[in-house]
Write a protein that binds this ligand. Structure first.
Ligand code: ADP
Length: 232
């Protein structure tokens, strides 16, 4: 556990250092009177705080899932709302990446724990951003199959070598030489959350430099009739 504790602590330190640095700079009169530098300091401050928040979210959900204390909610919602709300909440962290949607025109009913599925999708979107060029497109697609809903995040990044693809869902696993800024928890949480919903996560990548597609396959459940008009 020593190694894990080490990497988690290091991971927490990066955003914390940035928060302290930017907050300190904001105290400086000069930066506060120059609107541009003030805006950029505030922007950095918010980004680092969001990053810190996500690390803590990942750790908390991981320990809830491991301890079996997690109560899975069964809410009905439109999968398209989930995608749009999650992507829009992340717009700052997704930075320059153009995000395109292929969500169809009809409501897609999903039953599950909205907050957890939002968390899973968040991890996939942030990975797509982290492992591709800073202006590379990210696509989110929804497809309804006879028994399942496919929710895919498609990036144009570095991709994942075949021999790594079965390892990346392991807790604390990172592909060797991955850029700093992760602890290898994100995908294991995605997998746990999707498992709790009796679904599965698929990864496709033709290989290095070919982009990656992560798909959450969730069971399609017919909603009760009275629900069809009044979703959240
Ligand atoms: P982290 O991103 O913190 O390393 P994850 O569990 O989210 O942890 O991912 C595990 C590894 O899988 C990453 O280190 C990275 O090498 C690889 N990976 C995840 N998502 C992608 C992606 N979209 N493109 C390429 N590699 C990815």
């Amino acid at each position: 556990h020593q190694v894990l504790l080490n990497s988690v602590s290091l991971e927490l330190r990066t955003p914390l250092t940035s928060i302290i640095g930017n907050a300190t700079a904001l105290q400086d009169e000069k930066s506060v009177t120059n609107p541009e530098s003030r805006q950029s300091l505030i922007h950095e401050l918010i980004l680092s705080t969001e990053r810190l928040n996500r690390i803590v979210d990942n750790l908390l959900d991981m320990s809830r899932i491991n301890s079996g204390t997690l109560q899975l909610k069964k809410e009905w919602f439109d999968a398209r709302d989930l995608v749009e709300e999650t992507a829009s909440r992340l717009s700052r962290s997704l930075g320059q990446h153009p995000v395109v949607f292929d969500l169809g025109t009809k409501q897609i009913y999903l039953q599950g724990d909205y907050r957890l599925l939002d968390h899973a999708l968040t991890n996939l979107l942030l990975n797509a951003a982290a492992y591709s060029a800073s202006d590379a497109q990210i696509k989110v697609a929804l497809q309804v199959k006879p028994r399942e809903v496919f929710l895919s995040v498609i990036d144009q990044g570095q991709g994942i070598a075949k021999e790594e693809q079965h390892k990346i869902f392991d807790k604390f696993y990172r592909v060797p030489h991955s850029p700093a800024g992760g602890v290898g928890l994100g995908l294991s949480i995605v997998k746990s959350i999707v498992d709790l919903h009796e679904g599965q996560v698929l990864v496709e990548s033709a290989g290095l430099g070919q982009g990656a597609t992560f798909t959450m396959v969730l069971p399609l459940i017919e909603p009760p009739a009275e629900l069809k008009d009044g979703l959240k």
